[in-house]
Design a protein around this ligand. Structure first.
Ligand code: NAG
Ligand code: NAG
Ligand code: NAG
Ligand code: NAG
Ligand code: NAG
Ligand code: NAG
Length: 274
């Protein structure tokens, strides 16, 4: 059964996203997991295949293209707190996924609305290495030379090997209108770019769904690009600013919120009975 699901996953990866798929090229190894405490590894049958971001203790954001063709959620787990993607340490925490809300207008060929919320089976316990990250909204403004970090365990070159250790790359944001110069009208309003004109530095395969964070707030999710780290082809990210309302609407409430609510009810009932 495991072999079969591995094979299925391999087929999704090969057929589903072919060469338009990102990973970290030209990056550095993360020394301190605390600096990227919001980063998660999505694993299917224990195999890393995509990144993701901790939205709150119950919800993880990722790219829709990461999960839309998974055969089942049964073998899907979110791993947090750890630097190495192939070994289990004392810091490793994993939690199962009970629901995946893919954007209703996700389009898998052009990767439109490439966003998905995963509901965790139980709340994550936050610590110095496990934390959520706030989101940019359309109301926030920034200077033209905004710099960001993208991170992940993806491959270190196009069709190369993936990294065991979490890597990051610092790169400038390229606003949508400037990015059309590289990709024409493939750049949808729900997308933003980041990267360089020259070759050598980019996100790559296996980084998909992972965070693009600028000034400690989430700007994007790794979505696509033409191969990886090619000149004149920066990485394209799902622009989370465009999905603030969608995220708020589809975010599942956490256990603690339920608890707060039920305590309030108990109190109310107690008061009414007096
Ligand atoms: C993990 O925890 C155990 C027990 O607390 C300890 O003996 C061991 O050295 C720890 N391993 C690492 C790699 O920190
Ligand atoms: C998943 O969440 C959505 C939106 O909250 C809900 O409509 C749907 O019924 C849930 N599916 C499962 C299997 O829990
Ligand atoms: C942006 O600001 C307007 C006006 O202050 C407010 O109504 C709206 O909710 C804000 N939007 C977001 C996404 O924060
Ligand atoms: C990227 O991460 C590194 C390592 O934590 C940090 O030193 C740097 O300031 C970050 N850059 C940005 C733009 O956030
Ligand atoms: C990937 O790793 C294998 C085994 O370590 C090595 O033989 C191969 O050359 C590597 N491929 C690339 C593209 O670096
Ligand atoms: C967009 O392009 C213009 C003209 O090349 C440049 O001045 C500006 O800094 C760019 N802005 C961003 C956010 O990339």
């Amino acid at each position: 059964m495991q072999a079969l699901t591995h094979l299925l996953l391999l087929c999704c990866v090969l057929v589903g996203v072919n060469c338009f798929e990102p990973r970290i090229v030209g990056g550095r190894q993360v020394q301190n997991r605390e600096d990227f405490a919001y980063q998660v590894s999505l694993r299917f049958s224990k195999m890393h295949f995509c990144g993701g971001v901790i939205l709150d203790s119950r919800n993880v954001l990722t790219a829709a293209h990461c999960v839309y063709n998974l055969p089942t959620l049964k073998y899907l787990e979110v791993f947090v707190g750890d630097l190495n993607v192939r070994s289990i340490s004392n810091n490793t925490v994993s939690v199962r996924v009970t629901n995946a809300t893919i954007h209703e207008h996700f389009e898998d060929r052009l990767l439109l609305n490439d966003i998905c919320i995963l509901k965790l089976e139980k709340d994550l316990e936050f610590s110095s290495t496990v934390k959520s990250v706030p989101l940019w909204t359309l109301n926030d403004t920034f200077e033209d030379d905004l710099r960001c970090n993208v991170s992940g365990w993806g491959t270190t070159e196009y069709k190369g090997n993936s990294s065991n250790n979490l890597l990051y790359l610092e790169l400038p944001l390229i606003e949508r209108k400037n990015c059309s110069k590289y990709y024409g009208n493939a750049i949808d309003p729900g997308m933003v770019c980041a990267g360089f004109e020259e070759a050598g530095k980019d996100s790559c395969e296996g980084d998909s769904g992972g965070p693009l964070v600028c000034e400690n707030k989430l700007m994007g999710l790794v979505s696509w690009g033409f191969q990886c780290a090619r000149a004149m082809h920066p990485g394209v990210y799902t622009d989370v600013r465009e999905y603030s309302d969608w995220i708020k609407k589809h975010q599942h409430s956490s256990t603690s919120k339920h608890l707060g609510f039920s305590w309030l009810m108990v109190l109310l009932i107690a008061l009414l009975e007096l």
